[in-house]
Design a protein around this ligand. Structure first.
Ligand SMILES: [Fe+2]
Length: 241
Protein backbone atom coordinates (compact mmCIF):
# COMPACT_ATOMS: atom_id res chain seq x y z
CA UNK A 1 0.00 0.00 0.00
CA UNK A 2 1.19 3.48 -0.87
CA UNK A 3 -0.13 6.14 1.47
CA UNK A 4 0.32 9.90 1.36
CA UNK A 5 0.52 11.39 4.84
CA UNK A 6 -0.48 15.03 4.68
CA UNK A 7 0.86 17.62 7.10
CA UNK A 8 2.84 15.29 9.32
CA UNK A 9 4.75 18.30 10.61
CA UNK A 10 3.17 21.57 11.69
CA UNK A 11 4.64 24.80 10.37
CA UNK A 12 6.48 25.30 13.66
CA UNK A 13 7.81 21.75 13.72
CA UNK A 14 9.05 22.05 10.15
CA UNK A 15 10.83 25.29 11.04
CA UNK A 16 12.41 23.65 14.09
CA UNK A 17 13.63 20.64 12.11
CA UNK A 18 15.06 22.88 9.40
CA UNK A 19 16.85 25.01 12.00
CA UNK A 20 18.36 21.93 13.66
CA UNK A 21 19.48 20.46 10.33
CA UNK A 22 20.99 23.75 9.19
CA UNK A 23 23.37 23.58 12.15
CA UNK A 24 24.10 19.85 11.71
CA UNK A 25 27.19 18.37 10.12
CA UNK A 26 26.17 16.24 7.15
CA UNK A 27 28.67 13.59 6.04
CA UNK A 28 29.11 11.36 3.00
CA UNK A 29 26.10 9.03 2.84
CA UNK A 30 28.22 6.14 1.64
CA UNK A 31 29.04 5.56 5.31
CA UNK A 32 25.75 3.65 5.63
CA UNK A 33 25.75 1.88 2.27
CA UNK A 34 28.47 0.71 -0.04
CA UNK A 35 26.06 0.57 -2.96
CA UNK A 36 27.79 1.70 -6.09
CA UNK A 37 26.50 5.03 -7.26
CA UNK A 38 25.01 6.19 -3.98
CA UNK A 39 25.86 9.83 -3.69
CA UNK A 40 24.26 11.89 -0.96
CA UNK A 41 24.90 13.50 2.40
CA UNK A 42 23.52 12.26 5.68
CA UNK A 43 23.36 13.49 9.23
CA UNK A 44 25.10 10.87 11.42
CA UNK A 45 22.21 8.95 12.96
CA UNK A 46 23.58 9.17 16.48
CA UNK A 47 24.44 12.85 16.32
CA UNK A 48 22.69 15.24 18.70
CA UNK A 49 21.10 17.04 15.76
CA UNK A 50 19.67 13.83 14.29
CA UNK A 51 18.26 12.76 17.63
CA UNK A 52 16.73 16.16 18.34
CA UNK A 53 15.14 16.48 14.91
CA UNK A 54 14.19 12.79 14.96
CA UNK A 55 12.31 13.22 18.23
CA UNK A 56 10.17 15.93 16.62
CA UNK A 57 9.38 13.65 13.69
CA UNK A 58 8.52 10.66 15.89
CA UNK A 59 6.22 12.75 18.06
CA UNK A 60 4.47 14.10 14.96
CA UNK A 61 4.00 10.62 13.53
CA UNK A 62 2.71 9.31 16.83
CA UNK A 63 -0.29 11.66 16.66
CA UNK A 64 -0.89 11.25 12.90
CA UNK A 65 -4.06 9.21 12.46
CA UNK A 66 -3.43 8.09 8.89
CA UNK A 67 0.08 6.93 9.76
CA UNK A 68 -1.18 4.88 12.68
CA UNK A 69 -4.01 3.34 10.70
CA UNK A 70 -2.04 2.63 7.53
CA UNK A 71 1.20 1.44 9.13
CA UNK A 72 0.03 0.02 12.48
CA UNK A 73 3.52 0.67 13.88
CA UNK A 74 5.03 -1.63 16.45
CA UNK A 75 8.46 -0.03 16.22
CA UNK A 76 10.06 2.76 14.26
CA UNK A 77 13.74 2.99 13.44
CA UNK A 78 15.59 6.14 14.45
CA UNK A 79 14.92 8.71 11.68
CA UNK A 80 17.70 9.42 9.21
CA UNK A 81 18.15 12.83 7.55
CA UNK A 82 19.52 13.02 4.01
CA UNK A 83 20.56 15.87 1.78
CA UNK A 84 20.98 15.66 -1.99
CA UNK A 85 22.72 18.56 -3.68
CA UNK A 86 22.99 19.15 -7.41
CA UNK A 87 24.49 16.08 -9.09
CA UNK A 88 23.63 13.72 -6.24
CA UNK A 89 21.40 10.66 -6.52
CA UNK A 90 20.75 7.20 -5.09
CA UNK A 91 20.38 4.53 -7.78
CA UNK A 92 17.98 1.57 -7.68
CA UNK A 93 18.27 -0.38 -4.43
CA UNK A 94 16.30 -2.24 -1.83
CA UNK A 95 16.49 -1.27 1.82
CA UNK A 96 17.95 -3.59 4.45
CA UNK A 97 15.37 -6.06 5.77
CA UNK A 98 16.28 -5.54 9.43
CA UNK A 99 17.79 -2.42 10.97
CA UNK A 100 18.73 -2.35 14.67
CA UNK A 101 16.31 -5.21 15.35
CA UNK A 102 13.46 -3.44 13.55
CA UNK A 103 12.05 -5.42 10.62
CA UNK A 104 11.53 -2.93 7.85
CA UNK A 105 7.97 -3.56 6.70
CA UNK A 106 7.21 0.02 5.70
CA UNK A 107 9.54 2.75 4.44
CA UNK A 108 8.63 6.39 4.90
CA UNK A 109 10.01 9.53 3.31
CA UNK A 110 9.14 12.86 4.89
CA UNK A 111 9.87 15.78 2.60
CA UNK A 112 11.49 18.87 4.15
CA UNK A 113 12.44 21.15 1.25
CA UNK A 114 10.17 23.56 -0.61
CA UNK A 115 9.31 21.87 -3.89
CA UNK A 116 10.39 24.86 -5.95
CA UNK A 117 13.75 25.12 -4.20
CA UNK A 118 15.22 22.15 -6.07
CA UNK A 119 14.84 20.29 -9.36
CA UNK A 120 14.88 16.53 -9.88
CA UNK A 121 15.23 14.37 -6.77
CA UNK A 122 12.01 12.40 -7.21
CA UNK A 123 11.56 9.30 -5.09
CA UNK A 124 10.86 6.68 -7.77
CA UNK A 125 9.35 3.39 -6.58
CA UNK A 126 9.03 0.32 -8.80
CA UNK A 127 5.65 -1.16 -7.85
CA UNK A 128 6.05 -4.17 -10.12
CA UNK A 129 3.30 -2.67 -12.29
CA UNK A 130 5.19 0.45 -13.29
CA UNK A 131 6.76 3.20 -11.26
CA UNK A 132 5.38 5.82 -8.92
CA UNK A 133 7.13 9.13 -8.43
CA UNK A 134 6.91 11.24 -5.30
CA UNK A 135 7.96 14.82 -4.75
CA UNK A 136 5.79 16.20 -1.98
CA UNK A 137 5.31 19.47 -0.16
CA UNK A 138 7.46 20.04 2.92
CA UNK A 139 5.92 18.40 5.97
CA UNK A 140 4.14 15.73 3.88
CA UNK A 141 5.28 12.12 3.68
CA UNK A 142 4.74 8.93 1.72
CA UNK A 143 4.70 5.47 3.27
CA UNK A 144 5.43 2.58 0.92
CA UNK A 145 6.48 -1.08 1.09
CA UNK A 146 10.13 -1.34 2.09
CA UNK A 147 10.29 -4.48 -0.06
CA UNK A 148 10.18 -2.43 -3.26
CA UNK A 149 13.09 -1.41 -5.45
CA UNK A 150 13.37 2.37 -5.51
CA UNK A 151 15.77 5.17 -6.32
CA UNK A 152 16.28 8.88 -5.92
CA UNK A 153 16.53 10.62 -9.25
CA UNK A 154 19.48 12.98 -9.71
CA UNK A 155 19.03 16.44 -8.25
CA UNK A 156 19.83 18.99 -10.95
CA UNK A 157 19.36 22.21 -9.01
CA UNK A 158 19.23 23.26 -5.37
CA UNK A 159 19.10 20.76 -2.51
CA UNK A 160 16.60 18.08 -1.57
CA UNK A 161 16.42 17.43 2.18
CA UNK A 162 14.31 14.59 3.53
CA UNK A 163 13.82 12.45 6.59
CA UNK A 164 13.63 8.70 5.98
CA UNK A 165 12.66 6.01 8.44
CA UNK A 166 11.39 2.47 8.58
CA UNK A 167 8.65 0.87 10.64
CA UNK A 168 7.94 -2.64 11.79
CA UNK A 169 4.20 -3.15 11.68
CA UNK A 170 1.99 -4.97 14.14
CA UNK A 171 0.48 -6.50 11.01
CA UNK A 172 3.21 -8.20 9.02
CA UNK A 173 1.13 -9.15 5.98
CA UNK A 174 0.57 -6.06 3.79
CA UNK A 175 -2.74 -7.47 2.49
CA UNK A 176 -4.07 -7.86 6.03
CA UNK A 177 -2.84 -4.37 6.89
CA UNK A 178 -4.76 -2.98 3.94
CA UNK A 179 -7.97 -4.71 5.04
CA UNK A 180 -7.64 -3.12 8.47
CA UNK A 181 -6.98 0.25 6.84
CA UNK A 182 -10.19 -0.03 4.82
CA UNK A 183 -12.20 -1.16 7.84
CA UNK A 184 -10.75 1.66 9.92
CA UNK A 185 -11.88 4.21 7.35
CA UNK A 186 -15.31 2.58 7.18
CA UNK A 187 -15.65 2.82 10.94
CA UNK A 188 -15.08 6.53 10.68
CA UNK A 189 -17.85 7.00 8.12
CA UNK A 190 -20.34 4.32 9.23
CA UNK A 191 -19.77 4.39 12.96
CA UNK A 192 -23.18 5.91 13.64
CA UNK A 193 -25.15 3.59 11.37
CA UNK A 194 -26.58 0.12 11.93
CA UNK A 195 -23.46 -1.33 10.22
CA UNK A 196 -21.15 0.36 12.71
CA UNK A 197 -21.03 -2.21 15.51
CA UNK A 198 -20.28 -5.16 13.21
CA UNK A 199 -17.55 -3.28 11.35
CA UNK A 200 -16.18 -2.25 14.72
CA UNK A 201 -16.12 -5.84 15.92
CA UNK A 202 -14.54 -7.07 12.68
CA UNK A 203 -11.78 -4.48 12.88
CA UNK A 204 -10.78 -5.25 16.44
CA UNK A 205 -11.08 -9.02 16.10
CA UNK A 206 -9.01 -9.08 12.91
CA UNK A 207 -6.44 -6.91 14.66
CA UNK A 208 -6.41 -9.36 17.54
CA UNK A 209 -6.06 -12.27 15.09
CA UNK A 210 -3.19 -10.76 13.07
CA UNK A 211 -1.23 -8.59 15.49
CA UNK A 212 2.35 -9.50 16.34
CA UNK A 213 3.17 -7.82 19.61
CA UNK A 214 6.60 -9.20 20.45
CA UNK A 215 8.78 -6.10 20.66
CA UNK A 216 12.21 -6.01 19.04
CA UNK A 217 15.30 -5.96 21.18
CA UNK A 218 15.51 -2.32 22.23
CA UNK A 219 18.94 -2.81 23.76
CA UNK A 220 20.38 -2.54 20.27
CA UNK A 221 19.55 1.17 20.28
CA UNK A 222 16.51 1.08 18.04
CA UNK A 223 13.93 3.73 18.51
CA UNK A 224 10.32 3.05 19.33
CA UNK A 225 7.05 4.82 19.03
CA UNK A 226 6.11 6.06 22.50
CA UNK A 227 2.58 4.73 22.14
CA UNK A 228 0.87 2.81 19.39
CA UNK A 229 -2.30 4.79 18.93
CA UNK A 230 -5.38 4.21 16.89
CA UNK A 231 -7.50 7.04 15.56
CA UNK A 232 -10.18 8.34 17.92
CA UNK A 233 -12.83 7.35 15.42
CA UNK A 234 -12.03 3.69 15.91
CA UNK A 235 -11.68 3.47 19.65
CA UNK A 236 -12.82 0.05 20.86
CA UNK A 237 -16.00 -0.23 22.88
CA UNK A 238 -15.63 -0.19 26.62
CA UNK A 239 -15.33 -3.36 28.69
CA UNK A 240 -18.38 -5.56 28.90
CA UNK A 241 -20.50 -4.91 31.97
FE1 LIG B 1 16.08 3.37 0.15
Amino acid sequence: MYTILNQVLTVNELASVRRILAAGDFVDGRATSALSGKNNLQLPIDSAAAREAGAIVLEALDRHETFNLAVQPLAVHQPLFSRYEAGMEYPDHIDAAVMSSVRTDVALTLFLSDVDSYAGGDLVVDTGFGVRKYRLAPGDAVAYPASTVHHIAPVTLGARVVCVLWAQSLIRDPANREILYDLGLLMGSLGGTSCGPRIHRSYWNLLRMWAETSPPDWRSGASRMPVVRTPPSIEPPGPAP
